[in-house]
Ligand binder design. Structure first.
Ligand SMILES: Nc1ncnc2c1ncn2[C@@H]1O[C@H](COP(=O)(O)OP(=O)(O)O)[C@@H](O)[C@H]1O
Ligand SMILES: [Mg+2]
Length: 490
């Protein structure tokens, strides 16, 4: 009984079989395929003899290709008809040659063009063609483009031209390339680079952080140095170039977790309006090669390489499979010196990077030690993170708190205030005031010796500061406290 199909199942099976047969009849051997017919009729016998010229593009260019095609289509004297082409599931791509001859053709059909909606700005998207024929009429006569965007089965992005002599076809592709570069949607934007489930590069637009200079608590000399190196070039770009000096530069921020390296980078990014800003962290650091190419096209640009120590020694996915750190250094080295390109690297483990950087000098021009806050800085941090808190602390209370927090990180002080607010809320809700009692209770809790892991995560050295590598309080180093997994989204 279990093995027999019910009447409904049998009917469904028959219906399925019928549609399969219809499909085969329509597209199978012997029948003229409608897509092939369209291409052949559009081109005519003579143009069908021309070679197909193809251009392979990085998949992340899909949205730029569509932007370029839209502009190209709108150019005066040109008319373009778009026809969608569908392939049954599980078929990889097709090529234009197959559509011209009908040979080796998978069962393709015409349809409304299918599109994928891709972000082309922080708040907008663009419908991008997946597999489509563009039937073009312009000065060059009548010809055909086939566009294929990346799909689940075929990660490539491709444009092909048929019906033109090779040189003219190349000129069409060159014009589309030019528009792609000129209208590039990533230019001047802040973009986070991640990797999708298939290892593909995914670019996400972010809103630039709005951090005021006062919110970055660092010794004045340190912040000045960072600013001068990152921002100072812009004003003197032409002068530097004229004097034959390079613009490409590398900045390394190193120091214990929670001292404000990411924070400082966010501040810089907020100030670097007009720059193309590309953020790489974690596994996406492996894409540094292609991202540097993009940055070069879109200069002035900043490429931020966050927490490079975490993957520095991982093998990349590239053909060579070299450590990511070497790819990184190669990419920095490969970019033209007169490109206005800034690389910002952050790390908790300068000791790990040092040998590689020393062996290949010239990549990093300025290395800045972002250290634990001294007493004056801790006082400023209490003020900064207490500015929206109804704090009632006497001068002595503040001095006491500053004294007790010797050896902690900046992020610890931020957390301290949050805890103090929570302590106060236990007594009063709505919050009335936060006093020395609350701060001191929060401190007791945070410094409690039984909370070793919490303290490590927040970066506390107690009194036993500076052990071994000179990077502070002997923390188990690869521990990172960046606040969250998307420190730039905050
Ligand atoms: N120097 C600093 N000045 C002001 N706030 C800081 C500073 N350092 C850290 N913070 C605060 O702590 C949070 C975590 O610091 P983060 O910059 O992620 O540390 P790092 O990147 O050095 O590990 C920041 O988002 C910020 O709110
Ligand atoms: Mg960080």
């Amino acid at each position: 009984m279990a093995s027999e199909a019910s009447p409904t199942e049998a009917r469904e099976f028959a219906a399925g079989l019928r549609s399969l047969l219809d499909w085969l009849h329509l597209t199978g051997e012997g029948a003229r395929n409608e897509v092939v017919t369209l291409v052949q009729e559009t081109l005519g016998p003579e143009r069908l003899q021309q070679s197909v010229v193809a251009r392979e593009l990085p998949p992340l260019e899909h949205v730029n290709l569509q932007t370029a095609l839209d502009a190209w289509t709108a150019t005066g004297g040109r008319s373009v008809e778009v026809r969608g082409v569908v392939l049954p599931p599980h078929y990889a791509g097709i090529d234009l040659q197959q559509l011209m001859t009908g040979e080796g053709l998978p069962p393709v059909r015409l349809s409304a063009p299918s599109v994928v909606d891709l972000p082309n700005g922080p708040d907008s998207t663009l419908a991008c063609l997946r597999t489509a024929l563009l039937l073009v009429t312009d000065d060059a006569g009548r010809y055909v483009l086939l566009v294929q965007g990346p799909s689940e089965h075929e990660p490539r992005l491709r444009v092909e031209v048929a019906g033109l002599p090779v040189q003219q076809a190349q000129a069409v592709l060159a014009e589309i390339d030019r528009l792609r570069r000129e209208l590039n949607v990533y230019r001047g934007r802040l973009v986070e680079v991640t990797q999708g489930p298939m290892g593909q590069v995914v670019l996400t637009f972010l809103d630039p952080p709005e951090l005021h200079r006062d919110e970055v608590v660092l010794p004045a000399a340190v912040l000045d140095r960072v600013e001068r190196h990152a921002l100072g070039v812009a004003a003197h770009r032409a002068g530097l170039r004229a004097a034959g000096q390079h613009l490409k530069r590398g900045l390394l921020l190193y120091g214990p977790p929670g001292t404000g390296k990411t924070h400082t980078v966010r501040y810089l990014l907020g100030r670097m309006e007009g720059y193309t800003r590309l953020l790489l962290t974690g596994r996406s650091l492996g894409t540094v090669g292609s991202i540097t190419d993009l940055a070069r096209d879109l200069q002035p640009a900043v490429v931020v390489l966050e927490d490079v120590d975490l993957v520095a020694m991982d093998r990349s996915f590239g053909p060579g499979g070299s450590p990511v750190l070497f790819d990184l250094l190669d990419a920095m080295d490969g970019a033209a010196p007169d490109a206005d390109l800034l690389f910002v690297l952050t790390t908790n483990r300068a000791d790990l990077l040092e040998p590689a950087l020393a062996a290949r000098p010239g990549r990093i021009d300025v290395a800045v030690d972002v250290d634990l806050p001294d007493a004056a800085a801790r006082r400023r941090l209490l003020e900064l993170y207490g500015r929206d808190v109804p704090l009632q602390l006497s001068e002595d209370d503040v001095t006491g708190a500053v004294g007790r927090t010797e050896g902690v990180t900046a992020s610890f002080l931020k957390e301290l205030l949050r805890r103090a607010v929570l302590e106060a809320l236990h007594e009063q809700d709505p919050l009335d005031r936060v006093t020395a009692v609350h701060v001191s209770r929060a401190l007791d809790d945070l410094l409690d010796s039984t909370q070793a892991v919490t303290r490590t995560l927040l970066g506390v050295g107690g009194g036993a500061a500076v052990e071994g590598d000179g990077h502070g309080p002997g923390l188990p180093h690869p521990v990172v406290f960046t606040g969250s997994y998307g420190p730039f989204r905050g």
